[in-house]
Each structure stands twice: as structure tokens, then as C-alpha cells.
Design a protein around this ligand. Structure first.
Ligand code: SF4
Length: 329
């Protein structure tokens, strides 16, 4: 590990001062410290932001405001989240281990980096994300976990967060603070697709700090879930995951939210499938047809082609289960 200076931010202004001078923000450290140990990241200064906003509060509009320093386990356990946004609780609990969830923060979870094994192998593998224009060894290598939507010639990595997939489905808003003041962006705009610059992963400006996440009110999110398909039942990243919420009126889809994990460089809001479902009869055929629409643009590689059918089946199963549970207390 390369030597670095550590400090603890007293408040957001303190953190932003350090950030403007080039410091990296440190949440639970569950990914950044690993990257530093492997010398993939070498920040000269770490500013610990875990003492900043760690509260969850009710918004006047009926939604929730979640401080960026809230621990993943605290968010998953919150009574309002469990009852009003159960897909978020399920997504968080599906991720990592209890120990890691106790450490990881909401802000840090969003900014964790891909677990592509070639990205972590800085001794022998070519990786455009680590070193621009070096090449991508995953393309011709073991790419079972890699992207089938929105990838580029330069990078086929996936975003590893489960929590972010649920937040994408919920239409969460990310609050930011930086040199230019405060701004808010949809969570679905926070992460970039890789394009020609896979090393640039978010739309954050240098030194910009995630201060909070906002969940808009979404009454039908009470009927929601998160399904993660993985190679083993615990402590594994998603091959495919589906976050979904469903509302049915008179046998037809009146409201639906869908997002996919394990398929792209960012949490993938399945907007085409949502549009295809609204007004349709809530049947397995409609669910499957919407999944077909969403996956029509998928571009697989030899070892991850199975993900297309897996994603379609998982979407259909999850929606079928939500249709069956709709209206139940
Ligand atoms: Fe690097 Fe992306 Fe290729 Fe993985 S998929 S080796 S992260 S460029």
C-alpha cells in the first residue's frame, strides 16, 4: 500500500475543502481500501466522511431522505424502508456479508468499482479502465460476469452494486455538493456507460461529494422485490438481478418499475420494458414480451450469452410473483 494521509471531516465544508485539494472521500472503505492494498488506487490523502449525515428522515412529500453516511445495514433495517420500499431492503441484504454491510455507507456503495478480475490484476492483465488504451483482456478471456447491454469495445465491465439497482428502479435522486454549490441528479444519470473512456465512471466533478439520496414517494413500491441470481447463494456478485415494483388495476398493469443488475456498466433501468407493460394485461405473456423488448439490444460474448435468456426469465418470474401478491397486506 502506498503511504497516505488520513483525516476525518468535521463537516461537509471541511470535506469539500480537502476534496478540492485532491483528497479522496472515504466511506466504509470496503472497496477503496482493497483497491489501495492492490495499488490500483493510490490516493495521497483520504478524508473520512462517515461522521457526516447518517440520518434517514421523512420528506414532506411522503418520500425519504437518506444521508450518504447511513450504513447499508441501517438502511436495510429501517422500518419505513422495509414496509414502503421492500425491494431496497432485499437488494441490500442480497449484497456482500453482514460485516461488510455494517461498514459500507450508502454514498460509498454507489461509488464502488467493478469487480472485473482483470481490472484487479495490475501485474499481468491489460485493462482500459485501469490504464486508458491498454486493451481489455476480459473480451477474449473469462467474461461470464460481464455486460450484455451498453458495453463498448473498450470495456465490458458491470457495476457491482445491488443497492443501486433498487434505487434506479425507485427513481432515486442523488444530492451532491461541490465547488459550484449543490445540485441534484437522477441516480440513473450518476453512472456512465463505458464508451471510449471506461476509466471515467460517473458524472461527478472533481471533489464533488454525495451528500444524500432521496426516495420519491411511490405507493405501489410496497408491492416490490429484488431477485439476485448468482453462482452461490451468499457473498457473490449477480449474474443477473431484477428490481421490480408492480401495480395492477382491473387486471392490467397500472404502474411498474424495473431495473436490472449484472448486465451493464451501470444500474440498468429497464425503461423499454416498463413502457411496453403499461396498460397490458398482467399475464405471463405480457411480462415475457416486455422482457424481450428490453433485451432486444443485448450484445453477448461467448461466455455470457446465457444472461439474455436468464434475464428474460427472471423478469417474467419476478413480475408473475408480484402480480400474485398484489393487494395482499
Ligand atoms: Fe478492464 Fe473493463 Fe476490460 Fe474489465 S472489462 S478488463 S474493467 S476494460
Amino acid at each position: 500500500m502506498t503511504p497516505f494521509r488520513y483525516s476525518r471531516a468535521a463537516d461537509a465544508a471541511d470535506a469539500l475543502r480537502e476534496g478540492a485539494a485532491g483528497a479522496r472521500y472515504l466511506g466504509g472503505g470496503t472497496n477503496l481500501v482493497d483497491l489501495m492494498r492492490e495499488t490500483i488506487e493510490r490516493p495521497a490523502v483520504l478524508v473520512d466522511v462517515t461522521g457526516l449525515d447518517a440520518g434517514i428522515s421523512d420528506n414532506e412529500d411522503g418520500g425519504l431522505r437518506i444521508g450518504a453516511a447511513v450504513r447499508n445495514s441501517a438502511l436495510a433495517a429501517d422500518r419505513r424502508v422495509r414496509s414502503g420500499y421492500p425491494l431496497l431492503t432485499r437488494a441490500i441484504v442480497a449484497g456482500a456479508s453482514a460485516q461488510i454491510r455494517n461498514m459500507a455507507t450508502v454514498g460509498g456503495n454507489l461509488l464502488q468499482r467493478t469487480r472485473c478480475t482483470y481490472f484487479y490484476d495490475n501485474q499481468g492483465s491489460a485493462c482500459n479502465k485501469r490504464i486508458p488504451r491498454q486493451g481489455c483482456d476480459a473480451r477474449g478471456g473469462f467474461h461470464r460476469y460481464h455486460a450484455i447491454l451498453g458495453a463498448s469495445e473498450q470495456c465490458i465491465a458491470t457495476h457491482p452494486s445491488d443497492m443501486a439497482v433498487a434505487l434506479a428502479a425507485l427513481g432515486a435522486i442523488v444530492h451532491l455538493q461541490g465547488r459550484g454549490g449543490e445540485r441534484s441528479i437522477p441516480l440513473t444519470d450518476l453512472h456512465r456507460l463505458p464508451g471510449a473512456r471506461p476509466d471515467v465512471e460517473t458524472l461527478l466533478e472533481p471533489g464533488e461529494l454525495i451528500t444524500a439520496i432521496e426516495l420519491p414517494p411511490l405507493p405501489f413500491a410496497r408491492n416490490s422485490t429484488y431477485r439476485k441470481v448468482r453462482d452461490r447463494s451468499s457473498y457473490a456478485f449477480a449474474l443477473i438481478s431484477v428490481a421490480a415494483a408492480l401495480e395492477i388495476e382491473d387486471g392490467r398493469v397500472a404502474g411498474v418499475r424495473l431495473a436490472l443488475g449484472g448486465v451493464a456498466h451501470k444500474p440498468w433501468r429497464a425503461a423499454k420494458a416498463e413502457a411496453a407493460l403499461i396498460g397490458q394485461t398482467a399475464t405471463e405473456d405480457s411480462f415475457r414480451a416486455a422482457a424481450d423488448v428490453e433485451l432486444a439490444d443485448a450484445v453477448p460474448l461467448p461466455l455470457n450469452a446465457f444472461k439474455i435468456e436468464l434475464a428474460k426469465r427472471t423478469i417474467a418470474v419476478v413480475l408473475r410473483e408480484l402480480a400474485a401478491s398484489e393487494g395482499r397486506p
